[in-house]
Design a protein around this ligand. Structure first.
Ligand code: T4K
Length: 403
């Protein structure tokens, strides 16, 4: 064994980390404050159905985001489904394929065809110059995704939606706490949808919210998330159950009290990765520029296998062996997953940038469960792999570990 491989678990050394470091490890706020709220919920015996904590969370989020309406939900997927329906989308809706599967599934779930549009490789988000050519007489809307918490091409998409009379929804699952042009994400398009899932920097265990400045749309969404009830025994609309529980709202209210600290911590981690990986050929840490507010929740690397001398999957394999559970978000692209792969077997022909990007990206662990020392060690592993890439591949091939 080469000396420099000696520290790596994959070559028989000790794991660099005794415990696995996960992407998406939840941030836990002030336990005592949270548990006090849980006790209060139990004392009041009001567990869900528009309880006091849900109402308080909604008001606080409206204020923080500067929007007229925030409707808390049980998760972002149901929030997307309800909003899509409340907006009257039907037929075909244009979406990126480079996103979490919930984005197209929330359309297909209600028999609306997601039409996959390619991304701009510089931003990883929907390329607005490619949207218009996908519009057909059946198109009713566009869903832009603020991937990694970075605003997508909002103005260009708004202009297209206005010109072509389409509804515009933003999947802002990643973008809570982020801004665009000095306005918080939450007030753009017809509506925006946030995720407060455990893996998000601000979490309510499971949860999400729809935000909008449209009074009539907000009223419809409120009805739809509560079975269509307009009062006792009075259902006036088709609806489902999208309600957030009180315990989720208690978690949200507690995290909200430490939002700035959580953002500062993520930013510190992101900058530590930046320092740790500086100067490495073939590795690009997807940057957060200085123009907007961000939550810095995603540490995304792009590995260019030619200049790095190692491909993304070999690096991932080694990181996993070292207990760094990096992820290939969002591999292989939604168009390569069912039912879309069967519905549109040739979709990839129109998605060259997506098909390229899914081979290059990986997300690294961050959040309050990761220390600066962890980041420095993770960066050293990546450095070691890149500096000895071809030797490692050969060694692994000899052992039968690499394809
Ligand atoms: N739109 C976009 C663009 C999204 O990214 C998402 C969700 C949605 C819509 C829908 O939002 P929700 O309906 O979920 O509110 C995870 C999350 O479940 C999902 O919320 C998130 N995006 C997606 C990017 O990541 P998976 O399938 O990767 O989850 P899983 O179980 O593999 O866990 C992810 C990582 O987090 C692992 O490294 C383990 C770690 N983890 C997870 C949980 C739940 C923990 O350490 N503790 C935990 O409690 O989807």
């Amino acid at each position: 064994m080469k000396d420099h491989f000696r520290d790596l678990a994959i070559f028989g050394g000790n794991p660099a980390f005794a415990d696995q470091l996960f992407v998406g490890r939840p941030n836990i706020g002030d336990r005592q404050a949270f548990l006090a709220r849980v006790n209060d919920i139990l004392d009041r015996r009001w567990l869900t159905n528009n309880g006091a904590y849900v109402q308080e969370l909604e008001r606080k989020l409206e204020e923080y985001l500067g929007v007229k309406h925030c409707i808390a939900m049980c998760n972002a997927t149901i929030a997307l489904e309800i909003t899509i329906r409340a907006l009257g989308m039907s037929g075909e809706v244009i979406v990126p394929s480079f996103t979490f599967i919930a984005t197209p599934h929330s359309l297909q779930w209600q028999q609306i065809t997601p039409v996959f549009c390619d991304i701009d490789p510089a931003t990883h988000s929907l390329d607005p110059t490619r949207v218009e050519s996908l519009i057909t007489p059946r198109t009713t809307g566009i869903i832009g995704v603020h991937l990694w918490g970075k605003p997508c091409a909002i103005e260009q998409l708004e202009a297209i939606a206005q010109r072509r009379n389409l509804r515009l929804l933003f999947d802002a699952a990643h973008a809570f706490g982020c801004s665009h042009d000095n306005r918080m994400i939450g007030g753009f398009g017809d509506a925006e949808v946030f995720s407060f899932h455990a893996t998000k920097f601000f979490n309510t265990f499971e949860g999400g919210a729809v935000t909008t400045n449209d009074d009539e749309l907000a009223a419809r969404i409120r009805l739809m998330k509560n079975f269509g009830f307009a009062g006792y025994d009075n259902v006036i609309y088709i609806g489902t159950n999208g309600k957030m529980s009180e315990v989720s709202a208690a978690m949200g209210l507690t995290s909200l009290e430490h939002l700035d600290d959580l953002i500062a911590l993520n930013r510190r981690n992101h900058e530590a990765y930046g320092r740790g990986l500086a100067g490495l050929l073939g590795v690009r840490l997807v940057p957060y520029d200085g123009n907007n507010r961000y939550n810095y929740q995603y540490v995304v690397l792009e590995i260019d296998s030619e200049s790095a001398g190692v491909d993304r999957d070999l690096l991932l394999q080694i990181l996993h062996a070292e207990n760094v559970m990096a992820r290939r978000y969002f591999y292989p692209g939604c168009h390569q997953m069912e039912p879309y792969r069967s519905h549109f077997p040739h979709a990839g022909l129109l998605l060259p940038e997506t098909e390229g990007l899914v081979q290059r990206v990986m997300s690294l662990p961050t959040g309050s469960a990761v220390t600066e020392e962890d980041i420095s060690r993770i960066s050293s592993i990546i450095r070691l792999v890149l500096m000895n890439g071809s030797e490692m591949t050969e060694a692994l091939l000899r052992r039968g570990d690499a394809a």
